[in-house]
Design a protein around this ligand. Structure first.
Ligand SMILES: CC(C)(COP(=O)(O)OP(=O)(O)OC[C@H]1O[C@@H](n2cnc3c(N)ncnc32)[C@H](O)[C@@H]1OP(=O)(O)O)[C@@H](O)C(=O)NCCC(=O)NCCS
Length: 178
């Protein structure tokens, strides 16, 4: 799997070296507020999640990417590309998602990274449509979906029991927005 580049960022396929950063990110109540009903991951849950995402990456040839600032090599957070069925009881195409360290919020990095994984889904993975979901109170994430050109489709209940707003972008919409 390739490293993707945007104006300010590298999006590197996840590797073992990011474990400590992932543990810190997912132990933070601010990043986890709208991520999981249980809040911050205990260490062993985060380790399981991390290991599973490494396996998925190898099996599928797509998946979690670490967001790295080109200017200084700092790790900023990650993007996810995964089967929607893993977070909600539905048969559907791939879901994209994002999480950044709070110190780097508000600078457009998440949107920049999200655009790249959106484009990867259509250009490299040849999908016909992608989805994304956010907790209704997670307005920043909903705003990113809008900026990606995604359209609200319906409310769903995620496997974790949370209400979620489902957005979709089709290949035709993606192509016409370019
Ligand atoms: C969601 C998240 C990635 C956003 O990061 P960010 O650095 O603020 O993202 P960006 O700077 O790229 O853009 C966010 C957009 O949302 C807007 N926004 C931020 N907070 C907002 C709020 N409370 N209400 C409405 N819009 C908001 C910003 O103004 C910006 O839009 P703009 O460019 O039109 O001004 C970050 O909050 C995060 O990592 N949260 C924890 C993990 C998470 O919840 N991930 C999403 C799961 S669905």
């Amino acid at each position: 799997m390739n490293v993707m580049k945007t104006e300010r960022l590298l999006l590197e396929p996840l590797d073992e070296s990011r474990l400590e950063e992932f543990l810190a990110l997912t132990a933070d109540p601010d990043t986890m507020r709208y991520w999981a009903p249980g809040g911050p991951f205990p260490r062993e849950v985060a380790e399981r999640n991390f290991a599973a995402s490494l396996v998925r990456l190898r099996e599928h040839g797509f998946g979690r990417r670490w967001i790295v600032a080109k200017e200084n090599g700092a790790g900023l957070g990650f993007t996810d590309t995964k089967y929607f069925g893993q977070s909600c009881d539905d048969v559907s195409p791939l879901e994209i998602g994002w999480m950044l360290t709070p110190a780097f919020w508000g600078r457009g990095y998440a949107t920049e990274a999200a655009r790249a994984v959106r484009d990867e889904a259509f250009a490299r993975l040849k999908l016909n449509s992608i989805v994304a979901v956010h907790h209704p109170a997670n307005a920043a994430s909903g705003r990113i979906m809008e900026m990606l050109g995604m359209a609200f489709e319906r409310d769903v209940v995620a496997r974790n029991g949370w209400p979620s707003r489902l957005y979709r972008l089709t290949r035709e919409q993606w192509a016409s927005g370019r």
